[in-house]
Design a protein around this ligand. Structure first.
Ligand SMILES: [Zn+2]
Ligand SMILES: [Zn+2]
Length: 357
């Protein structure tokens, strides 16, 4: 050693340069350096009821490959001076609960390349997520009542309305409270009990946008928690039972809705030339007398200034109706069955378009 006085040498074994890190030769520095550390076992939790996974305190629907990635990134410790790190991982399932994660890692520390292999055991534990806990407890915050105005809806129509909730759920974020607690038909409608007021309102807005009508909200206080009132929301949605062109009875006269507006509809009166706007609230009183889909077009066989005769397509007998105020000689009759009698209706823009097509 005396011959190297003043020169550089390994502090551990006295070897000649090159030296690395804290002035050690390559073999001494390699013995004392670890590129990566991983714990032997890492736990993760899956909801035993619905299968979603808890990662970082958040419950989410997660693919298995993403679980392993997440566990690796959370538990892998890497040397603080490591650079150019390359990682590879191969998961090997040992049992339902146990998966071995084989990890290959390489990286450069102080200009030396390190390559290591590690194994980490991912252990699954069963848990119950927040959503399932609340569901199991029949938790709910809101009831949406689907009803109709103007006409009783068929079961299929209610089913169709109900499916829009699935569309809304698909578009919204994965809020754990966005679940259905209970649902089913009730007299005159369909009720859906939900875990979240926000979901109830989002659905209500969707229904109004899609089908018109309006929602009415009622809040009920059911108790107090942490000094705050706990309330439940009842959201009543009435789908207008009438479509554009239907014949409705409203305020002692017959009308046909011709256009929806933001607040309601524009109605055209049947017995004279008159149109008016009405709000949804006004229209709560409207009742459907004949749906447009059930109206018929018939040629008049005889007509004078006020009455037309036509062949009733159901009975093949001659019937007569008062001609509508807008009738022009030779035009077909648009007829609807009202209280056991035929009624001829004035044409709306909609009827003319259909005639032209
Ligand atoms: Zn050495
Ligand atoms: Zn769950």
């Amino acid at each position: 050693m005396s011959g190297r006085l003043g020169g550089e040498f390994c502090l551990v074994c006295g070897a000649d340069p090159p030296l690395f890190g804290d002035r050690m030769c390559e073999s001494c520095v390699r013995v004392r350096t670890t590129l990566a550390t991983v714990p032997e076992n890492v736990p993760w939790v899956r909801c035993a009821r619905c299968g979603i996974v808890e990662l970082d305190g958040k419950w989410e629907a997660t693919k298995e490959a993403d679980i392993w990635d997440e566990l690796l990134h959370r538990h892998l410790g890497v040397h603080e001076r490591a650079e150019d790190i390359q990682l590879a991982m191969e998961p090997v399932k040992v049992s339902d609960r146990h998966t071995l994660l084989h990890i290959q890692i390489e990286g450069v520390i102080d200009e030396l390349l390190y390559q290591e292999e590690h194994t980490m055991r991912a252990r699954m534990a069963n848990g119950v997520c927040l959503t399932c806990t609340r569901r199991a407890g029949n938790y709910f915050e809101a009831t949406v009542q689907l009803r109709s105005s103007g006409r009783r809806l068929s079961e299929e129509e209610f089913t169709k309305l109900r499916t829009t909730l699935d569309e809304v759920l698909a578009k919204l974020s994965d809020d754990p409270m966005f679940f259905i607690t209970n649902e089913g038909p009730v007299t005159g409608g369909y009720d859906v009990v939900l875990g979240s007021k926000g979901l109830a309102r989002a659905w209500g807005r969707h229904l109004v946008d899609e089908y018109g009508g309006m929602t009415v909200e009622t809040n009920t206080t059911v108790g107090r928690k942490d000094g705050v009132d706990v309330t439940r929301l009842t959201l009543l949605y009435r789908k207008p039972g009438y479509e554009i062109g239907d014949l409705v009875h409203w305020r002692h006269h017959h009308w046909r809705p011709s256009t929806w507006t933001k607040e309601g509809a524009v109605l055209e009166r049947v017995d004279r030339r008159e149109r008016t706007g009405a709000t949804w609230r006004d229209l709560e009183q409207a009742s459907v007398v004949a749906q447009r889909s059930a109206m018929l077009r018939v040629p008049f066989i005889n007509e004078d200034a006020s009455v037309g005769e036509f062949l009733d397509p159901n009975t093949w007998t001659m019937e007569s109706v008062r001609l509508p105020f807008d009738h022009t000689p030779g035009r077909q009759g648009l007829i609807a069955r009202v209280d056991g009698e035929w009624m001829a209706l004035p044409w709306m823009g909609l009827d003319e378009q259909e005639d032209a097509a």
